[in-house]
Design a protein around this ligand. Structure first.
Ligand code: SAM
Length: 228
């Protein structure tokens, strides 16, 4: 998969060279390219923002650098998925991550200030599939942290990125439930024992116990997931 990220703070993404996503890039499974939006400015101050039409607080990202960035990154053939993180977008879930992990080319455009001139989204729709995606119902200073989270959630679903694909199947949200409690050695730690069933070697009973745990935890912590 190819991923292009456009931001005025490209160094945010240095962390994506670490761990599993770093290895995925080294092995060629993931082609991740981070671009500075200011590359597509032409004035001395490399300006990316201006005052909002109609007045109001804050600044808005200018359309021209975004237009040039999209022209440079969208291929002549094929339609990439162009994602703009936004608190006013659809909420990102594991299902979104699964869907986007099947795409060949994702372009992420990180907003700052009060956001990006609306016409950029209209123009982007001529070049690819546009998605405005929110990390959750709160406001961040910029799209970078949201894109980091999305790239990590999507990237780990690309075949070959996580060594043992079975570990993906059993995780929270994969089957609409939260994950069961996990334990490792020692079996007693500070007078706290691992549930004896996990030491029984009875795989059927362990699977049933874990399933029960999943349902109980989901009911206690995220009853909204059971309503769906
Ligand atoms: N004025 C915008 C609004 O009320 O919808 C918020 C702008 S926010 C300060 C600046 C940028 O941060 C946004 O353009 C977006 O890229 C990013 N951002 C903020 N909150 C976000 C969230 N919950 N999910 C995804 N991106 C977010």
């Amino acid at each position: 998969m190819r991923i292009d990220v456009v931001s005025i703070f490209p160094s945010y993404f240095d962390g994506l060279t670490l761990s599993l996503l770093g290895k995925a890039q080294d092995s060629g499974i993931l082609d991740l390219n981070v671009h500075d939006l200011r590359e597509w400015t032409h004035d001395r101050h490399r300006t990316v923002d201006d005052t909002p039409y109609g007045g109001g607080a804050g600044m808005v990202m200018k359309p021209e650098p975004w237009g040039e960035a999209l022209d440079a990154l969208a291929p002549d053939t094929g339609r990439p998925t162009i994602i703009f993180p936004s608190p006013a977008g659809e909420v990102f879930t594991q299902a979104t991550a699964r869907e986007l992990a099947t795409r060949e080319h994702l372009i992420f455009g990180c907003g700052r200030y009060e956001g990006i001139d609306e016409r950029v989204f209209e123009y982007a729709a001529e070049l690819g599939e546009v998605r405005l995606i929110s990390l959750g119902d709160y406001v961040l200073n910029g799209g970078e942290v949201a894109v980091m989270a999305m790239v990590e959630a999507i990237g780990r679903l690309i075949p070959g990125v996580v060594g043992n694909p079975e570990s993906l199947v059993e995780e929270s949200h994969e089957d609409g439930l939260l994950e069961y409690a996990s334990y490792t050695k020692p079996s007693v730690w500070r007078d706290r024992e691992v549930p004896p069933i996990l030491l029984s070697g009875n795989h059927g009973a362990i699977a049933a116990w874990r399933r029960e745990q999943q349902v109980e935890r989901t009911r206690a912590r995220r009853p909204d997931l059971l309503d769906d």
